[in-house]
Design a protein around this ligand. Structure first.
Ligand SMILES: Cc1cc2nc3c(=O)[nH]c(=O)nc-3n(C[C@H](O)[C@H](O)[C@H](O)COP(=O)(O)O)c2cc1C
Length: 218
């Protein structure tokens, strides 16, 4: 679908958040596609339904209309860095619906490129997350938001880099670890008694298809 010239909804259109969660049915994948600048060009019905905005309202809008204030800015900086480098990335995200309620998703961001490696579009595939996954990221996101409030995003980035260094990990591995540790579907997907170890041994491409399989993406 064509991206209209005028940007529709932006962060200025965000509602006041209310402390009520929208639970996403287990088997749903909330999909949106953007042009290379990040303006929405396509959504599926369930994304529109859960976010509370009509497909028409979302077309040409920026995703920051659904950015929840509990989400640290640095997380999106990391996402954008990956996808602009044409690397797929996963993130655990709390989103803001039109009525002010929130919903948690794990999002697989995928960059599509043409034969010359020019970016065609970005797609986000969002699945509901297990409670344990939310509990694993909430303290980190709270700390990052607090740092951003008082000292800005650069300070939050430094904190995050130290956090990873101390744990000898990085963003991708951390998200993967949280998801894998808390995923109850591993056995259904044919992994043995030590799925975490088996997954660690997999190549990046295999992992990608594993996550695609886990998230129901063809
Ligand atoms: C394909 C795609 C999907 C996105 N999905 C979301 C989303 O679900 N929630 C969100 O807050 N930001 C999402 N973003 C990131 C936004 O573009 C934006 O960077 C973020 O909301 C932070 O807003 P800000 O850059 O104005 O601070 C997405 C970006 C892309 C390219």
């Amino acid at each position: 679908m064509e991206n209209p010239q005028n940007i529709r909804l932006t962060k200025n259109d965000r509602p006041t958040p209310i402390n009520e969660e929208i639970i996403i049915p287990d088997d749903q994948v909330l999909i949106s596609v953007t042009d290379p600048k990040g303006y929405i060009t396509e959504v599926n019905e369930i994304f529109s339904q859960i976010s509370g905005y009509s497909e028409d309202e979302l077309m040409g809008s920026s995703h920051n209309v659904i950015r929840h204030p509990d989400m640290p800015k640095i997380m999106f900086k990391i996402v954008w860095k990956h996808i602009m480098d044409k690397e797929n990335v996963m993130a655990v995200v709390k989103n803001l619906a039109k009525d002010g309620k929130y919903y948690w998703v794990v999002t697989d961001f995928v960059t599509r490129v043409d034969a010359d490696r020019n970016i065609i579009n970005y797609t986000a595939y969002r699945r509901p997350v297990h409670d344990k996954v939310k509990q694993a990221v909430i303290p980190l996101y709270k700390a990052l938001c607090a740092i951003e409030d008082v000292a800005g995003m650069d300070a939050a980035e430094k904190f995050l880099n130290n956090y990873f260094e101390e744990r000898n990990t990085n963003y991708d591995d951390m998200v993967e670890d949280i998801i894998v540790k808390n995923c109850e579907k591993l056995e259904d997907l044919g992994f043995g008694n030590h799925p975490e170890e088996e997954i660690k041994k997999m190549t990046k491409e295999k992992k990608q298809s594993f996550f695609n399989k886990m998230f129901g993406i063809k």
